[in-house]
Structures are given as C-alpha cells and as structure tokens.
Write a protein that binds this ligand. Sequence first.
Ligand SMILES: [Zn+2]
Length: 309
Amino acid sequence: MSEIVLGIDIGGTNTKMGLVSQSGKLLAFETFPTKGPKDFDEYQKELLIVAEMLCDKAKIKLKNILALGVGAPNGNGVNGFIESPPNLKHWGTFDFVTPISELFGKKVFLENDANVAALGEKMWGKAIDLQDFIVITLGTGIGTGVYAHNKLITASHGLAGEGGHIIIEPEGRACGCGGKGHLEVYGSVTGIKTTTKEMLGEDLQFRDIFERYMAGDKKMMEVIDQTAKYLALGLSQMGALLCPQAFIMAGGVASLGSDFVAKIQEYYEEYVYPPFRGKTKVLLSEISTKEGAVLGAASLGFIRYKESN
Ligand SMILES: [Zn+2]
C-alpha cells in the first residue's frame, strides 16, 4: 500500500484536513471552523474526530498513516511551538507538537503556512526541478517560503523568511505587525483594497475588484498595475539577496492570473540589481488555493519523515 500522510492547515478562519498519498493525490478532505472549539483542548479533540472521519472515508486505519504534517501561522519547525498567531491570539504561545504526537501516536511536523506552501511546490508543484525559489502567498497577508541550495531556510530560531514585512514605503501604511510601509499592506488582498480606495475612492470587496479587472475596467487595471509595481519592488529586494530561479505566486491575489504575473515580471526586471536581470522567472502556482495548503502540509510530513528516518 502506498504511504499516506495526514495534512492539516490551521487557518485563522478554517482548519483544513486531508489524507494525501505519496503521489500528491488527495484521498479525503474536510474542513471545520478553527474558532469553533472553545479552547485548544477542545480543538485537539476535534482534530482527532475529523481525522477518524477522513480515515473512514478513505477506508484506511489511522494507525497506518505515516505521519502528520501541519501548517500554521507562526508555526515554528525548530521548537514545535505555535507562537501567538495573529488571528488566533486566544491560543497564545504553546507547544503544539508534543500533545498532538501523543494524541495521535504519530510523528508530527510543524512549519509556518508559507514554508509549507514552498514544500508543496517542491514536492508536487512548479518547483520540482528548482533548487532556489521563493513562494509568495498572497492572501489577507503575505507569506514567503524561501528555498536556497535545495533547502528550506528557517534559520536557527525557526521563523526566518518573512518577506511580507520588507519595507517598500518607509513612511507608508501601518502594518498589522506594528511596522510601517511593509509589502504585506500593499500586495495582499487587504493591500489591493486599500489601493482601490486611495486611487478610485471606492470601498470594494476583492471579488468586485477581481471581476472589474477581468472585465477590462480601465481604472481597475491601473490599480492592479500599481499593485504589480509594489510587489515587484518587494521581490526585487528579495532578489538582490538570493537571486532565486523563480518566484512562485500563490493564494487569492494570484488568481488575477498570467497578465498580472507578467506585469510583475516586467517591473521586476526594471527594479532588480541589473546583473540579475533575466535570471528569475515570476511564475503562477498551479496548486489549488482550496486544497493547496493541505497538500503543502502533507508534503512537510513526507519530507521531514524521510529526513528523520
Ligand atoms: Zn509588517
């Protein structure tokens, strides 16, 4: 029988869980509201209940899975702690890996959500043949997962690779982290909404922005063009340091598609350190936003399990 990993993506809104085979096939998938259970004790019980449901669906036994791979905001792969996630502040900072491995009787591997996205691209996505790349997740915020010399870069404390907090406007918009002018408040879904308000004076949901852009609305195209410039500014700074083979754009904003990514590439070539022009491709992830986080989490399970044995 092929090996199976339980992938768990802990989001601020929903927790997604799936059983994933070695070839990246999603065998069963479930989701529940992360804030449904009242505290972390209740949340653990929910994880186990849903895991058993998934195993029933896939007709396998929980004891036969290989390991658990978990992506979480501020998940630290070095100490196994979740450290005060911004959208789940009531959880605080705590050891996630020890109680969950005891509960499941399995090895549990944890990383922050953007790092998990990078591992997913490496195992089953656009980065299969790449050694040096950066995955940029563009959702409510911006996460970055950095691969260099074929290794995920986390640094000794476990949390390195926060490209969303590169400064692109020193006196710019306030960032949720307490800083100012960070890429995240310009290039994320939240950032595009703010730019729309600034340029068009309209308060729009991302869905409306997306539809008007797709319909070729001229003013909205200017907003998206400005967003591509902001992103290219951030990427060119990451590029100056790491000169990756590719940036892989994932998450909600990436749904703006290939013209948007081509714009980012065009501005990137303008802003990046000149000797690095033409060395880095800006690509669009093909892993679905709905299930991608679970696939990424599962790839963490496969990759780290193999490293640990
Ligand atoms: Zn910030």
